[in-house]
Design a protein around this ligand. Structure first.
Ligand SMILES: [Zn+2]
Length: 210
């Protein structure tokens, strides 16, 4: 490692010191190996998911939906803690680049009330290392400030977050038909066809055959 950061065990000990409950420690135990390292954004996102679940009064294991406004770090705690995964289609990632998540409970209607939890730059003033890191400032040095950053993430708890009540559109599952691409001969849902071919042979083509 080219920088000095706390290990998972050290982080867990710090959580105990700071009065986090065992459930929260389990989030760390499960998310860090999944992400493969304790990335700062991932640790912050663990707190965001915990907060959002509490706000929508969701019990562990309950079916919930999430939107993540960044591709960096935050999708992982949503998948591990809330089981909103890419594969079960309960996680939508919108590449806006804001460090924010929105969560809501299931509904039969065409919209749902939910909460949006976001990193609030205004609230970072009290946490100088966190502020520099979040702003991607040249004053932040991963080499020398990694531990200070982790300390501030743990100590700041929810004080760096803000919450908005929001309404999000809901698309109920619809029946769909299968279609066959005229170019590659593979099957796709008909609603994804582009003219007479699939997007893999069209706008989303990403490889050349060898
Ligand atoms: Zn095709």
């Amino acid at each position: 490692m080219d920088h000095d950061e706390y290990t998972q065990d050290e982080l867990l000990a710090k959580l105990t010191e700071l009065g986090y409950d065992p459930r929260f420690q389990d989030y760390y135990r499960n998310c860090i190996p999944f992400h493969t390292y304790p990335a700062p954004g991932m640790l912050i996102a663990i707190g965001m998911v915990d907060y959002a679940l509490e706000l929508i009064e969701a019990k562990p294991g309950e079916k919930v939906f999430a939107v993540c406004e960044t591709q960096k770090c935050a999708p992982d705690p949503l998948q591990i803690i809330a089981h909103c995964t890419i594969g079960n289609n309960r996680l939508k990632i919108v590449p806006i680049g804001r460090f924010a998540i929105t969560m809501n409970r299931p509904t039969l209607g065409d919209s749902a009330e939910g909460v949006r939890v976001f990193m609030d730059p205004v609230k970072l003033a009290a946490w100088p290392t966190l502020e520099k890191w979040f702003a991607n400032s040249p004053e932040f040095s991963k080499k020398t400030m990694a531990k200070a950053l982790q300390d501030e993430i743990l100590k700041s708890k929810r004080s760096i977050l803000s919450v908005q009540k929001v309404k999000v559109p809901v698309k109920q599952k619809e029946k769909w038909r299968s279609a066959v691409c005229k170019t590659c001969g593979e099957a796709i849902p008909e609603y994804l066809i582009e003219g007479d071919h699939c997007a893999g042979c069209g706008s989303l083509r990403y490889y050349d055959l060898l």
